[in-house]
Write a protein that binds this ligand. Structure first.
Ligand code: SF4
Ligand code: SF4
Length: 110
């Protein structure tokens, strides 16, 4: 596996409700997120399938022993996925990553 720590983690794709403005869905103006992988929440809001209630994997998340966790629609992922990164804009580590990894570890232990 490569040294990208996200490939060994994948927790942000299994924890949050990944919601975004419906205009990001393909077929809506400049939208690019595959429509069949989304769930309508309100007239203007959608989320990635699987993440409706939080605490469950996004339908676009894949995992293999060889490659670890990967987003199957990486180039077409919605804005919240582009904005949540292991490194903050100022170069510091995103503390939420550590928090999510702790939660996952506790789940495995229970
Ligand atoms: S961004 Fe953080 S929580 Fe998401 S996969 Fe990478 S290390 Fe894990
Ligand atoms: S679209 Fe991709 S990056 Fe976003 S939550 Fe789903 S698997 Fe993760």
């Amino acid at each position: 596996m490569t040294s990208n720590p996200c490939f060994e983690c994948g927790q942000c794709c299994q924890h949050f409700r990944v919601s975004f403005y419906h205009g990001e869905i393909e077929g809506n103006g400049t939208g690019i997120v595959p429509a069949e992988l989304t769930t309508k929440i309100t007239a203007h809001l959608a989320c990635m399938k699987g993440t409706e209630k939080g605490g469950a994997p996004c339908t676009a998340l894949r995992h293999t022993k060889e490659d670890g966790y990967r987003c199957s629609i990486y180039e077409h992922r919605p804005s919240p996925c582009r904005e949540f990164n292991i490194i903050n804009d100022d170069g510091s580590l995103n503390v939420d990553c550590q928090r999510l990894q702790e939660v996952a570890k506790q789940k495995r232990l229970n």
